[in-house]
Design a protein around this ligand. Structure first.
Ligand code: ADP
Ligand code: MG
Length: 346
């Protein structure tokens, strides 16, 4: 009764606190915000001057007095103060102050420590939440991808974000195996940046490296024909602007191979270590991929070839975790306390 009344009087919120992007879901409205997880602050006073889109524009081209930081970069909270500033900014931006403060569900990287979880909860409370529940990112992704997590059969989810890749095996609404590595889309960008310098003496910024990845990045040969593009940067010896033509094949073979093999190893290790019954279930069910990194051309094929399992992409991989927090909010009314305890990360 009170639950329903609260639902009517407040806007419950789901947040995907990602290493690259933060998404906010508002109950009955859907995903209302998606901005980079970046905070800009003055170097000397440490005062925050911009968050999200505005702060990302400053990455790599900040004036000397300002620094742009990514508080969740490696899947751990690098700095409590700036993470709190970010969370507060996002909550305040969407919370249209109804009578009762919102209940907030935050999806967090599964590698964060108890102290960091406490900090996220306290920050959300200070930002105006009346109650905060934390969902592990793989669990949120699995709910978002509509996996039948409450069944006894095992489901595997691989979430490839900016700073981390997480793998989890879920059955009967609980996590039976989970691992996370600090490798994801960011490392692909860094590998491209290093390759351009090594092969062509061309210096490029992080944003150009990401653009190359999005335009021609691939994990396996592109059957419809390899892609190519011009890249502009600065010649490392002459110091002058220079344009180089590159192909998807060289990026895949010379820059990506190490990152891709680490992701494949993570998945293979999960299959190797999980309970034998779960292995058997996964032959039928396959693996579901979420997160922006799942969009790399041909990655599904590479993982499928390495494991012999079917690999599917979640619908809208970049929004999967945020949708999961939203679906969890909608489910909350019908779950028992025990069921909620199994799903959330304490
Ligand atoms: P996080 O959950 O860690 O915030 P996301 O799931 O939002 O991460 O994914 C962000 C990563 O996905 C970034 O590294 C971004 O460059 C990458 N990404 C986004 N779209 C694509 C795409 N179409 N192809 C390859 N990588 C992509
Ligand atoms: Mg994510």
């Amino acid at each position: 009764m009170f639950g329903n009344l609260f639902g009517f009087l407040s806007n419950d919120i789901g947040i995907d606190l990602g290493t690259a992007n933060t998404l906010v879901f508002v109950k009955d409205r859907g995903i209302v915000l998606r901005e980079p997880s970046v905070v800009a602050r003055y170097k000397t006073s440490k005062k925050v001057c911009a968050v999200g889109n505005d702060a990302k524009r400053m990455l790599g081209r900040t004036p000397g007095t300002i620094e742009a930081l990514r508080p969740m970069k490696d899947g751990v909270i690098a700095d409590f103060e700036i993470s709190e500033a970010m969370l507060r900014y996002f909550i305040e931006k969407v919370d249209k102050r109804k009578l009762v403060p919102p209940r907030v569900v935050v999806a967090v990287p599964s590698g964060i420590t108890a102290v960091e979880k406490r900090a996220v909860k306290d920050s959300a409370i200070r930002a105006g939440a009346r109650e905060v529940l934390l969902l592990g990112e793989p669990m949120a992704a699995a709910i978002g991808a509509d996996l039948p997590i409450d069944e006894e059969y095992a489901n595997m989810i691989v979430d490839i974000g900016g700073g981390t890749t997480e793998v989890a095996i879920i059955s009967i609404s609980g996590i039976s195996y989970q691992r996370s590595i600090r490798v994801g889309g960011d490392e692909m960008d860094e590998a491209i940046l290093a390759y351009m310098k090594r092969a062509y003496g061309l210096l490029i910024g992080e944003r150009t490296a990401e653009e190359i990845k999005l335009t021609i990045g691939s994990a396996s040969p592109i059957e419809s024909g390899e892609l190519s593009m011009d890249v502009r940067g600065r010649d490392s010896t002459a110091g002058l602007p220079k344009t180089i033509h590159i192909t998807s094949q060289e990026i895949r073979e010379e820059a990506f191979s190490d990152v891709i093999s680490q992701i494949v190893e993570l998945v293979k290790n999960a299959l190797d270590r999980c309970q034998p019954e779960h292995s058997a279930d996964l032959i039928d069910r396959g693996i579901v991929m979420a997160g922006g990194g799942a969009l790399i051309r041909g990655l599904d094929q590479v993982i499928s070839d390495a494991t012999g399992l079917t690999v599917l992409q979640a619908d809208d991989p970049l929004c999967c975790v945020a949708h999961g927090t939203g679906k969890f909010l909608n489910l909350l009314g019908s779950l028992s306390r025990e069921q909620v305890d199994r799903l959330v990360t304490q």
